[in-house]
Each structure stands twice: as C-alpha cells, then as structure tokens.
Write a protein that binds this ligand. Sequence first.
Ligand code: FE2
Length: 199
Amino acid sequence: MTKRQKIDPFVIQYDEKSKMLSSYSVKNDKKLSDISDFFYNQQEVKMILDSGKDPLVYTYHDKVQPEIPGEFSFGITIIYPGTIGEEFYMTRGHFHGKNDGEFYMGLEGEGILILEDQDTRKAQALYFTRNSLPYIPAGYGHRVVNVGKIPLIFLTVEAAAGSHDYEIIRKEGFGVLVLKDPNSQKGYKITPNPSRKKI
Ligand SMILES: [Fe+2]
C-alpha cells in the first residue's frame, strides 16, 4: 500500500475586527479592471475606467492546502457594496473542473449566491446572510453578489485538489443577473441575462 500524503493538523483564527485570518497563503484584490468582462453593462464599465477610477470590487485571502485529494482549502472573501450601472458588485464566478462541492458561511452582510446546473444550464439564486451556510453541490457553477449596503463577508471551504473554470463564465455569463431595483422591497431583482450566449 502506498503511504498517504499527510498534512499536520492546525487551528487558526478569524479576527472579526480586521476581517482577516491569522494565517493565509494567498491574497488577491480584484479591481474593476481585473474583472471588467464579467459585468453586463460594458458601456458603464468603460465610462468608469475612462474616468480614471478603478474601484476595488472584491478581495479574498485563502489558507491553501497542498493539492491532496480529501483535503480542504479555505478562505475569507469580502465583496464591497456598490454597482456597475444597475448590476451589483460580484465575484467572477466559476465552475469547478473536478466536480467538487463547496460550502460557505456568511459572516457579515447580505448576498445572493447564483448557482447554475452544469447539465441543464438552468440558474437559480439563493439569499444568504450572517450565519447562513450555503451549500454548493458538485456540478453547479457559482457566483456571489453583494446586495447589501455593507461589505459581504463569507468563509469559503473547497477541495484542495480542485480546479476552477472562469473562462466559460467570461464567455457565456450566467443565466441570471442580480440588478438594483428601487421598486422592490428587497432592493434588488433577479432577471434573465439578455446577453447570455447561446449554449
Ligand atoms: Fe468554487
């Protein structure tokens, strides 16, 4: 029998004040210019960038584990409040390359998790907030949108040996958009994506 690769157990802390993990291996800031293709209103994107602004849309820092099947990587994602045109700040979104699930825990703010079935390409949207634990089953593309007025902060837990496909989302988009809606009590609406590419 081949010896299984092992890592040492550990505990780290989440600091509610700084919103940071006490130990992490990767930190990434996503400004509008980094993720401009993913927003629906390209005219608005161009206007903002041409004016010299480049707002920070989201940031994450992750405790990444060695790519050993069965192990988990985890991290904190912060999506700032704001919109590009009518579309709320959001993550790019991706499908997992190896058919792994993932789960989150809401720490602060209000979010919408867009989930899209890999086989049917049907999209759905789930609301989550502090202390919610949204579960993403294997085979669902996913994106998170901040629909609140404060930063949306959540813990993410995923397979350490997993991979991410962002390009399919960049090319085709998700089936639904989450847009600001002053006529709705919730302040937002979930609407079919008119620029969704034909599958
Ligand atoms: Fe994921």
